[in-house]
Design a protein around this ligand. Structure first.
Ligand SMILES: O=C(O)c1cc(=O)[nH]c(=O)n1[C@@H]1O[C@H](COP(=O)(O)O)[C@@H](O)[C@H]1O
Length: 231
């Protein structure tokens, strides 16, 4: 098990290119995240190839369904031996509790079970359009409290909410923060962003970073520079 806070988001449509990048990396430098695109294209075989290379894997499929379906999906993720799996907190308390129960048989080998609060691509204005009044921060707080009540290990949020959540929910509740942008890099579709150093200072436990590393001319040098910025 590695101690690095960095999780590299592998969002590729080409397995060869993804493995080329992975083979330049080392499990002591980062964990890896496989999301909807790569899992839909390459499935459990890709998970196995990543595990064979010694990396911890965050399976980011953001399950959101009725409790029975989510519980079975989370157990299927545990069967693959992944390090972390996530659900959408907006699926509700019963759904998250069912997911938690589904992992009981795995004991200490269960993946970390994390709930997505408000996507880092959402702004206060966009939340209004889907009927959520109040700020993103208020909604993140509400959903994070619900996730903690359901017994989850932590939440996905933006680093802008990290200091508030650490203070309110305690040091052990893991904060997984995408929307990380090293100074000067393109925000793309992300709205609630922070630099790696700012995010760690705010209390994030894990930094999910995709395009700033995967699309860099030299991904390894970029990852090393991010590590240096955290030192
Ligand atoms: O659950 C996630 O990982 C996630 C939640 C969220 O709120 N925002 C978010 O960007 N993500 C994921 O984090 C990664 C961010 O990638 P980049 O924007 O390329 O750094 C993507 O794979 C997203 O699917």
């Amino acid at each position: 098990m590695t101690e690095t806070p960095i999780v590299v988001a592998l969002d590729f449509d080409n397995k060869f290119k993804a493995l080329q990048l992975i083979d330049k990396l080392d499990p002591s430098m980062c964990r890896l995240k496989v999301g909807k695109e790569m899992f839909t294209l390459f499935g459990p075989q890709l998970v196995k190839e990543i595990h064979d290379r010694g990396f911890d894997l965050f399976l980011d499929l953001k399950f959101h369904d009725i409790p029975n379906t989510v519980a079975k999906a989370v157990a299927a993720a545990a069967e693959m031996g992944v390090w972390m799996v996530n659900v959408h907190a907006s699926g509700g308390l019963a759904m998250m509790e069912a997911a938690r129960r589904a992992l009981l048989p795995y004991g200490d080998n269960a993946p970390l079970l994390i709930a997505v609060t408000v996507l880092t691509s959402m702004s206060d204005d966009e939340l209004k359009l889907i009927g959520v009044e109040g700020s993103a921060e208020d909604q993140v707080r509400r959903l994070a409290r619900l996730a903690q009540k359901a017994g989850l290990d932590g939440v996905v949020c933006s680093a802008r909410e990290s200091s508030m959540l650490k203070a309110e929910l305690g040091a052990d509740f893991k904060l997984v923060t995408p929307g990380i942008r090293p100074a000067g890099s393109d925000a793309g579709d992300q709205k609630r962003i922070m630099t790696p150093a700012e995010a760690m200072a705010a209390g994030s436990d894990y930094l999910v970073i995709g395009r700033p590393i995967t699309q860099a001319a030299d991904p390894l040098a970029t990852l090393q520079a991010i590590h240096q910025s955290l030192a």
